[in-house]
Design a protein around this ligand. Structure first.
Ligand SMILES: [Zn+2]
Length: 226
């Protein structure tokens, strides 16, 4: 188990570095991963792209720190609330990319206008408040807004994506921003076509193939390691 925990921590650090290199993380935002026994690994209260292995902390399902020298992030309740109601979710990314914030205030969610958006064809509901998620009551409301989807937008604030492993989370984290960016680019073009549900479902089925993320993940990791 210890080896698994160290592996998870290394992967979290690498994931944060990739997201920072891609310009979707800044001084804020956080990443967490579920451990057995109602424990959670989390980046601490510091810029996630600067987190080293030794900085990752362990918290419990109430957000209380169990291990590590850093402090939990102020928005930790969002993570614990989602883990409580989504047993399928193994990791969570919360961030504030400009493109996602822009789409969140247009009350429309992310539309599937490009192939990178097909992960989100079931909708990206909007939590309708810009106030930070610093207590369990708000965390529960974000979790309820997310429902059984893989992304929720927070109006004027940012977005949160969830996945069952860190490779998938990295892909969703980058592709949500790319999708929002393309949506904004197409906004001035008049009527644009969005992918149909059948097209999205067919493409998402292809994502279940073994190692379907490998080329994508390897490319982004190669951008941050020598
Ligand atoms: Zn936030």
């Amino acid at each position: 188990m210890l080896d698994n925990v160290e592996f998870l921590k290394e992967k979290m650090v690498l994931t944060c570095k990739v997201l920072q290199k891609q310009g979707v993380l800044d001084g804020y935002g956080h990443l967490s991963a579920r451990l057995p026994g109602d424990r959670i690994l989390s980046t601490p209260h510091m810029p996630p792209g600067k987190v080293a292995l030794r900085d990752i902390i362990v918290i419990d399902m109430q957000g209380k720190k169990l291990e590590g020298s850093g402090e939990p992030n102020g928005e930790t309740p969002m993570h614990t609330s989602i883990y409580k109601v989504r047993p399928d979710v193994q990791c969570i990314l919360h961030y504030h990319p400009d493109e996602v914030v822009a789409v969140s205030v247009a009350s429309q969610g992310v539309k599937v206008v490009a192939n990178c958006g097909v992960h989100f064809y079931r909708g990206t509901p909007i939590y309708d408040s810009p106030v930070l998620i610093r207590n369990h009551e708000r965390g529960d409301k974000v979790a309820a807004t997310l429902g059984d989807r893989n992304a929720v937008l927070l109006r004027g604030h940012g977005g949160t994506v969830v996945a069952n492993d860190l490779d998938r989370l990295l892909r969703l984290g980058i592709d949500l921003v790319r999708s929002a960016r393309i949506q904004i680019m197409t906004a001035s073009l008049g009527l644009v076509k969005t992918h149909t549900q059948a097209e999205c479902e067919e493409m998402v089925r292809g994502h279940d193939r073994p190692d379907t993320n490998r080329r994508y993940i390897d490319y982004y990791i190669s951008e941050v390691v020598d």
